[in-house]
Design a protein. Structure first.
Length: 582
């Protein structure tokens, strides 16, 4: 019984193969004997859809491109618009265009092609500065007769090694994709058309504005998509589809409304995205800015949302959010360890204004990490305006003075020991400008030990409480021992932040100094300034900071009110001493 079943199966297969071979033979004979008629038919079908000049060299029969159907191979196909002699850009230049037919359809007189394969060549969609389009040769739907869904024609379109270009000179747009092997199956229905796309291509350029540069440049683009077009709402949709650029996968959902008010809504998500890979998505200028940063771990999850009108000079509204967890962040030569934070990027900060770089904002929340083993955290950090960045932040820092000394590496000041804490709110531009800085908050130092080397002053057992108010620095309390003299200091420096970039000689230090016993003999070394400084290796950007600090202290005006219960200078020992010095 089993053997009979096998024999019947083999017999059916043999009969089917034999019938297919016979049908292929008949179709081949038909095509060969009706070659000129088929040429005319194909030209007629093309001319129904095109208003340009169409030419091809010859046609032959192909049995493989449309297996188990049969194809006609058109050699060296060219389509040109009426102004080709002016701009010299062909709409279509294809080495082989395979037009596929079902064998039964071909033999029963239904000669409408079902499948088309373009192999080797270029599609060039071009709009010049006047708005003229070489692709206006494509006839509008109203110019041809409406077709029922069962007569809709094409069921599959395939591109093999086709370089597709779209350029709009007047709108500064340029896109170029090399379709290495892309297939699109078309499933027409009463209410919708479904497209199944298997794409393997290379994005050479995706310049939404050639002035800004190209996105996804030279990236491998692989996708297996299911796209639906709703005829009634004129909406093109893709839901939870996966696309891969190089080795990075993205999950994409979107709706494109192709109506009187064309607009779109698009979202995508990716996981384990390295910062270097993220930078490679953007134009070169933006990528170079991102590449100034390094991140030891990939971003665990990134989501992006874009929506807006699809018209010239319109910018979509964009929102991107991601987080970083316990990673090392490098900015130039600075390294932050054990960093964790959330990031939200929006290109609309002010809803009354359009989406632009100037209207963009970066928001960092739940920030924490370590810098030179000093712990810091912050609830909110904002960077406004990507063209002229403006920083607004709240930072809490716990620090060790010796660790700060390694980083700051001041040639004049040694931070020997002690602990500190700072709560600071800062506002100001990130670029080098003269004004506009504002800092508020407080700083404490406990049990500090510091040496000011040019005057050979040793500050021991130092407790400091500083207050920053609208750019002023207030010394609320400074209790210290300077060369074995116990001293208490309070005072104010007005506009200290702005004096970093303006004339530092206009800065006024107003100090009140008190000591229960002031031994002048132990302070005489401060009268002789040393010109020698220590060579320290620290962060290079602190060199500029140190130079400004030095210049500020060298140039400033000091107004000192001094009080001592007892003053000792050799044999001179007065009491209740009060005086002023400027």
């Amino acid at each position: 019984m089993k053997r009979n079943w096998i024999k019947y199966t083999i017999g059916v297969v043999v009969v089917c193969v034999a019938l297919w071979i016979i049908a292929i033979g008949i179709a081949f004979f038909y095509i060969t004997s009706h070659k000129e008629k088929i040429k005319t038919l194909i030209r007629s079908e093309i001319n129904k859809r095109l208003a340009g000049t169409v030419s091809f060299d010859d046609l032959s029969t192909d049995f493989f491109q449309n297996f188990p159907g049969i194809s006609v191979d058109l050699k060296n196909v060219h389509i040109r618009d009426s102004l080709f002699s002016v701009h010299k850009r062909e709409l279509l230049s294809i080495k082989d265009l395979f037009v596929g037919f079902g064998i039964i359809d071909l033999l029963t007189g239904k000669k409408r092609p079902k499948y088309v394969t373009l192999s080797g060549g270029k599609i060039d969609l071009f709009t010049d500065s006047t708005g003229y389009k070489n692709w206006d040769v494509l006839k509008k739907e109203s110019e041809s007769k409406p077709q029922s869904s069962d007569q809709a024609g094409l069921r599959r379109v395939t591109f093999k090694n086709i370089d597709a270009v779209f350029e709009d000179v007047g709108k500064f747009k340029f896109f170029e994709i090399l379709f290495e092997n892309t297939k699109c199956k078309i499933h027409p229905g009463k209410d919708e058309i479904r497209f199944g796309m298997d794409n393997n291509s290379l994005v050479k350029s995706a310049a939404f504005s050639t002035k800004r540069g190209s996105y996804f440049t030279n990236k491998k683009f692989i996708a297996d998509w299911d796209i639906v077009y709703d005829k009634q709402s004129q909406k093109l949709s893709l839901k939870n589809q996966v696309v891969r650029f190089d080795r990075q996968s993205y999950r994409v959902t979107g709706d494109f409304f192709i109506s009187n008010d064309p607009h779109f809504e698009l979202s995508f998500e990716t996981r384990n995205l390295s910062l270097k890979e993220a930078a490679s998505i953007f134009p070169e200028k933006t990528a170079n800015k991102i590449n100034r940063f390094t991140l030891s771990k990939p971003i665990p999850r990134l989501q992006a949302f874009l929506f807006g009108p699809m018209k010239y000079l319109s910018f979509p509204t964009a929102k991107i959010d991601f987080y970083v967890n316990d990673a090392t962040l490098g900015i130039s030569t600075v390294q932050f360890d054990h960093c964790s934070f959330n990031v939200v990027i929006r290109n609309v900060n002010d809803p009354s204004k359009t989406p632009t770089d100037e209207n963009s904002v970066l928001q960092f929340t739940a920030v924490k990490g370590e810098w030179e083993k000093n712990q810091f955290d912050g609830k909110n950090i904002f960077i406004y305006n990507l063209i002229h960045p403006y920083l607004k932040c709240d930072i809490h820092l716990l620090f060790k003075l010796p660790q700060l000394d390694k980083a700051i590496a001041s040639p004049r000041l040694d931070l020997n020991s002690g602990d500190g804490e700072a709560n600071l709110s800062y506002e100001g531009p990130l670029a080098k400008t003269d004004t506009g800085y504002n800092i508020n908050g407080d700083v404490w130092v406990r049990n500090g030990d510091m040496t000011y080397t040019p005057r050979n002053l040793r500050f021991k057992n130092t407790d400091i409480e500083l207050l920053f108010q609208n750019g002023d620095m207030v010394v609320k309390k400074m209790n210290t021992e300077i060369n074995d003299n116990k001293i208490s200091i309070n005072g104010r420096v007005r506009g200290i932040v702005n004096f970093f970039n303006t004339d530092s000689s206009k800065a006024n230090f107003e100090w009140n100094i008190y000591s229960p016993r002031l031994d002048i003999d132990k302070l005489t070394s401060a009268l002789h300034r040393s010109t020698s400084t220590k060579k320290k290796d620290g962060y290079s950007f602190f060199n500029r900071f140190n130079n400004k600090i030095n210049r500020l202290f060298d140039d400033c005006n000091a107004l000192l009110n001094i009080q001592a219960d007892k003053l000792v200078y050799k044999n001179f020992q007065p009491t209740n001493v009060k005086g002023g010095l400027s």
